[in-house]
Design a protein around this ligand. Structure first.
Ligand SMILES: Cc1ncc(COP(=O)(O)O)c(C=O)c1O
Length: 390
């Protein structure tokens, strides 16, 4: 008999929409990956490290040089010291770090609070650990956190809370008020934090990312997780990390050594060297803000309504003025008939919320954004005209 833990989990929406996009030769604005090139220097460094013989297992927690570079970066950007030997672990992307963090602290019957819509790996990771996911919906008009609902969701069995800011799919960013609510809840209850910060360097309009690493009380109970995939346009390399206090890192590494053991050695060596001088992450917010504005410029005044994303490389559109179809059907129709793949929001919920939103990824070259936006607008316009005529 198969393991029953994931009996209700099917194929991920990203795999499904990307396959459909390929089948219909659609512009793929669905899955969240950039289509611009990785730094040539970084590619050369990997090559050089391979040629120099960095081809065998790296140490289980990661190459010391990379752990040092991460520790220095977190200190410079967020002002907290994580000892590279005892508090930083290199993982095969953020997904593995999230899975490992959850599986190192959650056991059967433990409750874990998750905000919905939620990135798709959180709930399966909790279920595999034997935990009980406790979904709390974000406010459905602006996707902010309903802290009263969070407080009501906390019970004596609550063991952890999964956070994600900047937020995929909603594009929202934690405010200082959010952090204060969180601090109060965590000070009154013994709760661990798994903080998914993979979009830390994509915050717009002068806003700022509040890393959990910045707050001593929160950091003491937290796994702070990020991914080089998002920061360096290299999602396919799957390198990320978790920073956590030594007692949490000790548990994390017990699981890590049997999930992955260690991560691609030459890529780690290359990142370590690259990070000595690279500060390109400081320009990433500006870069993506321009992409967001470029995408949104096509939709101003159109029936696809939006509030500009505050962070990430995703924009949410409300299509309720266009169709009352279910979001999955609507997204599939756009892929097949308009030739543009987008992501519906309902798969980010454990219970179908019947919302009329789609997520569009703008981590694409301008010509791809333009082609996708124009196809969408043409199709929607034609569709609406047809409706009026019939
Ligand atoms: C919120 C969030 N967390 C984690 C990940 C996964 O990161 P990685 O590819 O490093 O595993 C993604 C990727 O899309 C994401 O959007």
């Amino acid at each position: 008999m198969f393991s029953p833990r994931l009996r209700n989990i099917g194929e991920s929406i990203f795999a499904r929409m990307t396959a459909l996009a390929n089948k219909h030769n659609a512009v793929n604005l669905s899955q969240g990956f950039p289509d611009f090139s990785v730094s040539g220097t970084l590619i050369d460094l990997i090559h050089r490290h391979m040629q120099a013989g960095a081809n065998q297992y790296a140490p289980m927690p990661g190459l010391p040089a990379l752990r040092n570079a991460i520790s220095e970066k977190i200190r410079d950007v967020y002002g907290r010291e994580y000892n590279p030997d005892t508090s930083v672990t290199i993982t095969a992307g953020a997904t593995q770090a999230i899975f490992t963090a959850i599986n190192s602290i959650i056991s059967a019957g433990d409750e874990v609070i998750v905000f919905e819509p939620a990135y798709d790996s959180y709930i399966p990771s909790i279920l595999i650990a034997g935990g009980i996911p406790v979904p709390v919906s974000l406010n459905q008009h602006n996707f902010t956190i309903d802290w009263e609902a969070v407080e009501s969701a906390v019970t004596s069995k609550t063991k952890a809370i999964v956070l994600n800011s900047p937020h995929n799919p909603c594009g929202t960013v934690f405010t200082t008020e959010d952090i204060e609510h969180l601090r109060r809840i965590c000070s009154e209850n013994d709760i661990y934090i798994i903080s998914d910060e993979v979009y830390e360097h994509m915050v717009f309009d002068g806003g700022r990312h509040h890393s959990i690493a910045e707050y001593e009380d929160l950091a003491a109970k937290a796994f702070v997780i990020s991914s080089f995939g998002k920061t360096y346009h290299a999602t396919g390399w799957k390198v990320g990390y978790a920073a956590a206090p030594p007692e949490l890192t000790k548990e994390f590494r017990k699981v890590h050594q049997f999930v992955t053991f260690s991560v691609h050695t030459p890529t780690q060596a290359a990142y370590a060297e690259f990070m000595q001088h690279d500060r390109s992450y400081n320009t990433l917010s500006g870069f993506y803000q321009e992409k967001r504005d470029y995408l949104n410029s096509f939709f101003a005044g159109s029936p696809l309504k939006f509030t500009p994303a505050e962070g990430t490389y995703f924009q949410i559109f409300d299509y309720s003025a266009v169709s009352d179809e279910h979001d999955l059907e609507f997204s599939e129709r756009l892929t097949r008939e308009a030739g543009v793949a987008v992501i519906p929001l309902s798969p980010f919920f454990s219970k179908d919320p019947d919302l009329k939103f789609i997520r569009v990824c703008f981590a694409k070259r301008d010509e791809v954004i333009k082609e996708g936006a124009e196809r969408l607008l043409r199709y929607i316009h034609k569709d609406l005209t047809k409706d009026k005529e019939s």
